[in-house]
Structure formats: structure tokens, C-alpha cells
Design a protein around this ligand. Sequence first.
Ligand code: 5AD
Ligand code: FES
Length: 347
Amino acid sequence: MRELITKLSETHSLSVEEYEAIISNRNDENARFLRTLAVETRRRIYGNAVYVRGLIEISNICKNDCYYCGIRRSNSECERYRLTREEIMACSDEGYELGFRTFVLQGGEDSYFSDEILGRIVKDIKSHHPDCAITLSMGERSYESYKFLRECGADRYLLRHETANPEHYARLHPSAMSYENRIKCLRELRELGYQVGCGFMVGSPYQTARNLAEDLKFIEDFKPEMCGIGPFIPHKDTPFKDFPAGTAEMTCYLLSVIRLIHPPVLLPATTALGTINPIGREMGIMAGANVVMPNLSPVKVRKKYELYDNKICTGEESAQCRECLSNRMRKIGYEIVVDRGDAKRAL
Ligand code: 5AD
Ligand code: FES
């Protein structure tokens, strides 16, 4: 394994079979070796900076019915909400005061957020805070919609590919959704000049080592500016409620591999990672991640944006999350920076 890992670190490329071997042979020794190389690679590009993105969960209303997701359409237990433009502006104003220079507007596929309405929100935030980047994470939309929102000032778009294997994709989603359309969206976003983020869940139902290897190959080929990965965590009101959660160990191992595949990638230590393990986000940063995404949503809606069980940070105010994460990062030798945190080039 040491040879394969060294090869990855030097060439940033392996075959699907080789990625599969790395995944199947995870042990503490290999994890330590990968982590050392990943942290060294990140240090060369980003030093000890950790970037923050303020996450604003604007709606939990969704027309989709993904089997893993707590806000899926069929979940009648989910108490629905959507934030008003004024509430979203208040969150971003508060976030700005707290030092955030990137806002991520995330929500379900809620038809209320037409191009006109979402575009106006993007424009308003941009005109209030011209030095900020806006990231959208609003699911699959048309090319025209992505184009319009880009023209309104959106800089980045997060759309996890979820799995790079079409058959696996079909086991996680109803037939109304397709792998092909997902990838089409990602390609269109890139063509329109967005900085694009893809990603997947670790330990999702039916996932094999081979599937994960395919995810890694996809990342190697697509070279996303951002990549969001976190453990799958079951939600009690979904068809996948009885499946086991993914592990922090495998998630961190893959974070290290992804850092070596694409050194300048912006890689968050996700909330799901912090949920599965109380020091998961710290473990993620120490494995090669360089982004954290504290929650800026109004406290009254946080519990309702529950994609999986026991999500953390649902009772804390924005300032508390920001403080908490600064302290956590400082304790492990990293500093949160006030900056848009655009991707740097490989050194
Ligand atoms: N566990 C972990 N992550 C989940 N997501 C959705 N449901 C779950 C779950 N049960 C992730 C998906 C989605 C992102 C917003 O959250 O990957 O793209
Ligand atoms: Fe939200 Fe720690 S980051 S409470």
C-alpha cells in the first residue's frame, strides 16, 4: 500500500482498481501514512488556514424523494419552513459581522425559489456585501436558471453527485431522478463559470469499495473546486432508517485520498462528520480538509433542516457556532481566516 499511496501523492492519479485496493486495505497504519502526505500537501498550498462558509438553510421544502434524506417529499413528519428574503438578508448581515465572507444558500428543490426570487436574493446580498462570495446549493435546475443566477452574481454551486455509479444512483433515488441529469447539471455549472462542488456520502446503503473507487476516479477526472463528503447517517423517517451509518474513520481516510488526488481542492470537514463523532470535524481537518461550514440559519428552523438524525449545532446561535469552531480549530493548530477563500493553484 505504501507504494500505491506514494504513487498517488506524486502523480495524483490511480486506476479504479488501484483506488479500490486503497479503500479495501484501510488500516490505521495506511491511514496515518496517507494523512501525513495529505496534511503536508495542504500545508504547501494553504498553510494552516481553515476557511469558513456560513451556511444558511433557506428551505426544507423539496419536490424530490431521495431515500436517504430526512426532508424528502414523502416524509410527512417533517415540519416544513422556508425563510423570507428579509430573514435570509438578516442571516447574511449577522454572518458578515461575524467575519464570514462566503454565504452558502442551501435548500431543498422548492419551486417557490424561482429564478426571479432567488436571483433577487443573490443580488441583494451581493450589493450589501460586495466583498463576499455566494454559493448556491439548491439542487438540479435548468441551464437557463443556472445562467441567470450566475448573472445575478452567484459565484459557486454545490451539487453532490452522490455516487458516480449509475446503478448505485438508482438504488438511492426514485426513478424520477437520474445520474445522467446530475452529471449534466455539474457540467453546465462548470461551463457557466461557477466554481463547482461535487461530493458523496461515505457508507451510503449498497455502496461498495468499487463504488467509492468510482467516486474517486470521477473526482480525479472532473477536478471540482470543492468536494463535500460526509458519512451517511440514517434518518428515522426514511426508507433507509435501518441501515448503518458510515464511519468517521473511512470518511477521514477518503478526505486524505481526495487531497492527494486534487491538491488545491476546497474540502470541508462536514457537519455530518461532526455528528457521527464529537471530534469528527477536527479529525477531518487533521486528515487534509481545509473548510468548515458553521450554521447561520435562524435557531428556530435549525431542528427542521434535519437531513439525518441527531444533527449537531441545532440549538446554538450563529455567534456560538462561529466561536466554537474557532476554538476547536485553534486547539489543533489551525486558524480560521476572514477571506472569501477561493481555491488556490497547486504549488
Ligand atoms: N446522511 C448524510 N448525508 C446526507 N445528505 C442527505 N441525507 C443525508 C443523510 N441521511 C447529504 C446529501 C446531500 C447533502 C445536502 O446532504 O449528500 O447532497
Ligand atoms: Fe456549532 Fe460547535 S460549531 S456549536
